[in-house]
Write a protein that binds this ligand. Structure first.
Ligand code: PEP
Ligand code: MG
Length: 560
């Protein structure tokens, strides 16, 4: 925290980690805390039939609200909200709660008791089920609030556009945010590559994470948030707001006026493409300046599926994405199942450390069936098209894995590539490139595995910052390998969505930058404003730093 003062006022500045760029000035709001209830005070009911009816109505109301929010969301956000809506309407849970009511409990006490019973059961089952306990408790909190006539816990709907201050957000809360009303996010925890930050980026909400000291800022306080600088100014002076908004508006105008293709001011070509998760996302991207798709996260289409989708079902979904870019590059990633994105139909062992376990390409080590069927579906989706899709595998760690994958993809007439997101793969990128036609660097996982820091851990956000110099060294080594063998090296992790870092990546020799569609114009416009010589100087200078802040400052000195 720092203080800046003028004659009239003192403003406090809190510094965090930039997650989603953008400048906004608005009052603060805070999530509504869960209602604390003492179940003892909610026992002994006389009209049990009525109490059951009240509980059923409350659960139905909560399920309906979650369903409505799911209908207004897309992709992962919609999946999370639908799954929670299904939980609120679960007949098994309701039957257990109604049994408590039949025994004389109130609806509130019965909801709490049923939730505890299910939470214990889920925890004992472990694995995926255990991970659902947080969602289960969240749904119960909403039902209890409804029963007590209290505001629904979670994000309130503000009367005016506001900046949300919170410790961290549950995915269900982030998924349901309305970007017209929640215009900024500042979290004291959370990492720039957590899926919460990814959803904020997809929604285009400026966001700063890992901001210490926010807990004492009351709701209603005026704030100025700069997502690119990672700064939150409390009680800003009008001049500070005007200057920040003017500067941002100018950059936003440049971004809005950018129509592609990706090229530096002196004509060096770098493709600027989009990350998507379904046909709707691809169509949204193609209505903007993104030149193609650099990462289609196919696993996100199937998060709620109990059984493997048929080849025909998959082909229909993939065709929707290919349809959005009939004449351009589309990179389809094969299922990255496991870790934070488990799929019920994929073979996941119950592992103590799933991020280091059977994830991504590793699920096909014993049985390649699921991969073969997915590749057949891509072939079916691509039939009769002028552009052959590029297909890449996640979580490759050895040249042998790349060789086996490359052969399978090539045999079907598709263009093979792999993701570089494990340090071992970055170090052996040249050997890997012998077997495939391109690589794409997943900086989110590359940071996680290089820094030995869980990308989902809010406490470790500073370590998974893509500006970590150790991570940048591995990116530089991979790009250099691509240049030596003359094959494309893209970046599709969140690093590519940061306009300043995007220029540094171009300076390393990266040939394509793939980011969430809302981030694409700012990346393209920034690239158009610099020369490749300056990008290369910035790239060299970040490699001599030893921490993320110095790396950002070194790049900004040359490129701003
Ligand atoms: C990455 O790891 O950087 C990446 C793009 O893949 P995901 O975020 O889906 O793991
Ligand atoms: Mg990854």
């Amino acid at each position: 925290m720092t203080r800046s003062s003028s004659e009239n006022a003192v403003s406090t500045v809190f510094i965090g980690t930039p997650a989603v760029p953008g400048v906004v000035a608005a009052p603060a709001i805070r999530p509504v805390p869960r209602v604390r209830v003492d179940s003892e005070n909610h026992s002994a009911v006389t009209d049990r039939a009525r109490e059951s009816e009240v509980l059923r109505q409350a659960a139905t109301m909560v399920a309906q609200r979650l369903r409505e929010r799911a209908a207004n969301a897309t992709g992962a956000a919609a999946e999370v909200l639908s799954a929670n809506a299904a939980m609120a309407a679960d007949p098994g849970w309701l039957a257990v709660a109604e049994k408590s009511i039949a025994d004389g409990d109130s609806a509130v006490a019965a909801a709490l008791a049923a939730t505890e019973q299910f939470a214990t059961m889920f925890t004992n089952l472990g694995g995926l089920m255990a991970e659902r306990v947080t969602d289960l408790r969240d749904v119960c909190d909403r039902i209890v609030a409804e029963l007590l006539g209290a505001p629904e816990p979670g994000i309130p709907t503000p009367a005016e556009p506001s900046i949300l201050l919170a410790a961290d957000l549950a995915p269900a809360d982030t998924a349901g945010l309305d970007p017209n009303l929640i215009v900024g996010l500042a979290m004291s925890l959370g990492g720039p590559t957590s899926h919460t930050a990814i959803i904020a980026r997809q929604l285009g909400i400026p966001c700063v994470v890992g901001v210490e000291g926010l807990d004492d800022v009351p709701a209603g306080t005026d704030l100025l948030l700069d997502g690119a600088a990672g700064r939150v100014l409390v009680s800003p002076e009008p001049e500070a707001i005007a200057a920040a908004l003017t500067g941002h508006r100018a950059a936003a105008e440049r971004a809005a006026g950018w129509t592609g293709p990706g090229v530096t001011a002196d004509g060096h070509r770098v493709e600027v493409i989009a990350n998507v998760q379904d046909g709707a996302g691809a169509r949204a991207a193609s209505s903007g300046p993104a030149e193609g798709i650099g990462l289609f996260r196919t696993e996100l289409c199937f998060l709620d599926r109990e059984s493997e989708p048929t080849v025909a079902e998959q082909a229909t979904l993939y065709a929707e994405v290919l349809d959005a870019y009939p004449d351009a590059k589309v990179v389809v990633r094969t299922l990255d199942a496991g870790s934070d994105k488990p799929l019920r139909f994929a073979p996941h062992a119950d592992e103590p450390n799933p991020a280091l376990g059977v994830r991504g390409i590793r699920i096909t080590a014993r049985d390649t069936g699921i991969l073969d069927r997915q590749l057949d579906a891509v072939v079916a989706a691509a039939k009769g098209r002028a552009h052959v899709p590029w297909v890449m595998a996640p979580m490759i760690s050895t040249a042998a894995e790349a060789k086996s994958f490359g052969a399978r993809v090539r045999a079907r007439g598709l263009v093979p590539g792999v993701m570089i997101e494990v340090p071992a793969a970055a170090l052996l990128a040249e050997a890997i490139l012998e077997h495939v036609d391109f690589v794409s660097i997943g900086t989110n996982d590359l940071a996680q595995y290089t820094m030995a820091a869980d990308r989902m851990s809010p406490q470790l956000a500073a370590l998974t910052d893509p500006w970590q110099p150790a991570v940048l060294h591995l990116v530089a080594a991979t790009a250099a390998a691509g240049q030596r063998v003359g094959k494309p090296v893209g970046v599709c992790g969140e690093a590519a969505a940061d306009p300043l870092l995007a220029c540094v990546l171009a300076g390393f020799g990266v040939t394509s930058l793939s980011a969430a569609a809302p981030a694409v114009p700012a990346v393209g416009a920034r690239l158009a404003a610099v020369t490749i010589a300056d990008c290369r100087r910035a790239a060299a200078s970040v490699l001599s730093t030893t921490d993320p802040r110095s790396a950002r400052e070194a790049a900004a000195r040359i490129l701003s």
